[in-house]
Design a protein. Structure first.
Length: 808
């Protein structure tokens, strides 16, 4: 063909060839420019299906106009030859520019965001590239990124990949290109399954990994080994290959490389936003902006429990009496983010014990026994014990113990069963090495029900002996509790975890029955208090709920002045109902002194650190908790909250996205991601996140903020007025925060005064960026003094969380 002409194109050279056609360099004699000319071979043009596909490909690509995508000029036919003409890109293919140890971080960010932008444009038109790799990315002579070869792109219709799809990629710029696409193919593409835009996200993850590390994440000596690696193996953590890279970059790529499409990022724009945010952090040496975009300060949000205490409060989570929130400040470097630690020999997960009772109606009791053992083992500082939520998530599932150990990050598993019949109880326990599925120890214990507390201590001591760890301090004393009251307490605790009106009411009734049998049972008082807190502002008036909760917790302390959980609950009430941080610190400190290894108490106290302005410590506590409760979505919501509080927007988004991966129906993560994405410079994505929450007032608030940021002031004011009309009476501080975000200072203070005089006001969080525009006003300082949140007051409060195993 070289030297010949098609229509008014003179063919001057061969650029590449493949199963779907040949690509030539050609001269457009009419427009006096060089183009790339792609020809469908005659034998394929004779195939109507192939010809239809060629036409469809051309129409799809022609509909995309983006500076990072090669431009399609025309689709033509001459003398029976079908061809299309495209922009001729001069430059180097990315695979030719890649050094052995990878590109520098600035180039990774620059190229990665450009490719993501290109894919986003294509995906927006329903086009999937299906062959993304360095050879299909050009760096032009003037330094621009161009994604080439949408030769495999097709409209995003459902339909499996075909063998042609895996092999027929056509390079537009390199003569004699040998197209090995397998290293960049997604698992679903390799399996011949349906593919959509998330397949490109996997390929982008492979490409970015290679740019960063200088090698691909999946390796193999041949195609079979490579395919097996992609389908089955996890890639080495990026920071293991290059420790100097940000850990968050490794998390971004790991998220792209999930085996299942549903577990990856769901939009390539999310990847672009993550890369942009991380780039800002790396370049500034701290967090992304120290203040909101364009001088606009985002507004607070409220919890559906009736708490308006800032964006982070939307992730308020009730787990028994465990409450999780996060706060804010200037950020430590992104490299301090949590990573998966190596598995320690001194680590264990206690699985839910199996109910072996004759009528199988004692599940609450068998679960309760396992949880009590977990709590006893958690008192050992040198032993890593996984939290209940993650450990019990495998309940009723047939999962290999090795996999459980890997997912939870533990070396040992404690399994067991409970048979309760009348006043007799039999507990069988077995300790297993997770990696090898080797049973290290097992024992069966037969006792009367009245001896259950001593039996729990005995089992825990036997496990400790097998693990060869040391129980520091005196062994816990066996409690003297009526067996019937204890069974009612376990049943109440199970009911309270249902998270429903009926569950809370049942928990209260069972606790009252337990206290009627044993009036001195402090644990039942605390469980009762927790149920009242869960009801407050939801199914019971807020003031009434907290008053009942306070009374029950104080009764527990009257019965047992050293009841750690009672102190913790009173600390929570002082924080979020009273707004008394000094009292909160006193109660939490006492709780931590009594039970320094209690994960719930440690987690509950974390937000207080943020409120005191100690954001790095708050992050460290939430990272510690996430490490010990890795399958609990609340762990990532809380960690994301603390990153948000530190204004580490991209880290906040990453953690909230992980929370949604584990619990897709969560509401809070969408609010926090919306705010964070807005701060990262993507108002469209922010609006999408706000729209995903089913709570209408969140949507209205989010729209008001986004419209203001994007200059749609009339629309923003309309949303604000809608918010005032519908929710202003209930949440005057929410209105104030929006006015502050809009820079309308006087109206903000007017609504803050309305909040201050409200009968049922809830504490505001002064460190929220919502209030940044008010900070230089003397009225703001007066308000802080009135609510006990002045800098001088906060500095005077003494409080410390010592993480087990990290003291000194």
């Amino acid at each position: 063909m070289i030297g010949k002409s098609l229509a008014h194109y003179e063919i001057t050279g061969l650029l590449g060839k493949g199963g779907m056609g040949e690509v030539y360099r050609a001269r457009d004699t009419k427009l006096k420019r060089d183009v790339a000319l792609k020809i469908l071979p005659a034998e394929l043009a004779a195939d109507p299906a192939r010809l239809e596909r060629f036409q469809r490909e051309a129409e799809a690509v022609a509909g995309v106009n983006h500076p990072n995508i090669v431009t399609l000029y025309s689709v033509e036919k001459d003398a029976g030859t079908h061809f299309l003409t495209m922009e001729l890109v001069e430059g180097d293919e990315l695979d030719h520019l890649l050094p052995p140890d990878g590109l520098g971080l600035p180039k990774v960010f620059e190229i990665g965001t450009a490719i993501a932008d290109a894919l986003a444009a294509a995906h927006g038109k329903g086009i999937v590239h299906r062959d993304l790799k360095p050879a299909n990315v050009m760096i032009t002579t003037d330094g621009h990124v161009k994604v080439l070869d949408f030769g495999l792109a097709k409209l995003a219709e459902t339909g499996p990949s075909t063998p042609d799809d895996a092999t027929l990629a056509l390079g537009l710029t390199r003569e004699g290109a040998v197209l090995g696409t397998v290293p960049y193919m997604s698992p679903e593409q390799l399996r011949g399954r349906d593919v959509d835009h998330r397949s490109d996200i996997f390929s982008l993850g492979v490409l970015l990994y290679e740019l960063s590390a200088g090698r691909r994440p999946f390796l193999g000596d041949n195609s079979a080994d490579l395919t097996s690696s992609i389908l089955k193996e996890a890639p080495p953590p990026l920071t293991e290959l290059k420790p100097e890279l940000p850990r968050h970059l490794g998390r971004i790529l790991a998220h792209c490389l999930e085996k299942e499409p549903k577990d990856r990022y769901q939009s390539v724009l999310d990847i672009r936003n993550e890369l942009r945010g991380l780039r800002r952090e790396v370049e500034s040496g701290v967090s992304v902006a120290n203040g909101p975009l364009s001088g606009v300060h985002a507004a607070s949000q409220k919890s559906r429990k009736g708490l308006w205490i800032g964006i982070a409060a939307t992730v308020l989570v009730l787990v028994g009496v465990a409450f999780f929130l996060g706060r804010e400040e200037q950020a430590p470097p992104a490299e301090t983010a949590a990573t998966t630690p190596a598995i320690s020999d001194k680590s264990i997960a206690v699985m839910a014990f199996v109910d072996m009772s004759p009528r199988k109606d004692q599940e609450y009791f068998s679960d309760g026994i396992a949880e009590e053992l977990l709590n006893l083992l958690a008192n050992i500082p040198e032993l890593k014990v996984i939290s209940r939520t993650s450990a019990f998530s495998f309940k009723g599932k047939d999962v290999p113990l090795k996999q459980i150990g890997e997912e939870l990050g533990v070396a040992h598993i404690l399994e067991g069963s409970v048979r309760k019949a009348g006043n007799e109880i039999r507990i069988t326990a077995q300790l297993i090495e997770a990696e090898s599925d080797t049973h290290l120890w097992s024992e069966t214990y037969d006792r009367e029900l009245r001896d259950v507390f001593a039996l729990q201590d005995e089992i825990a001591a036997d496990v400790v002996d097998q693990l060869k760890v040391t129980l520091l301090g005196d062994a816990p004393k066996s409690k003297e509790v009526d067996p019937k009251a204890y069974a009612l307490f376990l049943d109440a605790r199970q009911a309270g975890r249902l998270g429903s009106r009926e569950g809370y009411e049942r928990a209260i009734a069972l606790c009252e029955q337990a206290l009627a049998i044993d009036p001195g049972y402090a644990d039942a008082c605390v469980a009762l208090a927790g149920a009242y807190v869960n009801q407050a502002g939801a199914t019971r008036p807020r003031d009434e709920g907290f008053a009942l909760a306070r009374n029950a917790a104080q009764k527990a302390l009257t019965l047992d002045p050293d009841h750690a959980k009672a102190h913790s609950l009173l600390g929570w009430i002082a924080t979020y109902y009273d707004g008394d941080l000094r009292a909160a610190a006193r109660h939490f400190q006492k709780a931590l002194e009594l039970e320094p290894n209690n994960l719930d108490i440690i987690s509950n106290s974390a937000p207080l650190l943020g409120m005191l302005g100690r954001y790095g410590e708050e992050i460290a506590v939430n990272e510690y908790f996430a490490e010990r409760d890795p399958l609990n979505s609340n762990s990532y919501m809380n960690l994301g909250s603390s990153y948000f509080a530190a204004r580490r927007w991209s880290d906040a988004v990453a953690q909230q996205r992980e929370a949604l991966r584990l619990s897709p129906d969560k509401i809070g993560p969408h609010i926090m991601m919306g705010y964070s994405l807005l701060m990262m410079g993507d108002p469209k994505a922010a609006l999408d996140e706000f729209a995903r929450t089913p709570v209408e007032d969140y949507q209205v608030w989010g729209k008001a903020l986004v419209f203001h940021v994007t200059g749609r002031q009339e629309d923003a004011e309309a949303q604000l007025q809608d918010y005032i009309d519908r929710w202003g009476r209930e949440y005057p501080d929410g209105v104030a925060s929006l006015y502050a975000a809009f820079g309308q200072i006087e109206l903000a203070f007017e609504w803050l005064e309305t909040w201050r005089q409200a009968k049922e006001r809830v504490p505001i969080e002064p460190s929220e960026p919502s209030w940044d525009s008010l900070r230089d006003d003397p009225r703001w300082h007066t308000l802080l003094e009135e609510i006990g949140r002045s800098p001088e007051e906060l500095d005077a409060i003494e409080f410390e969380v010592k993480l087990p195993g990290r003291r000194g």
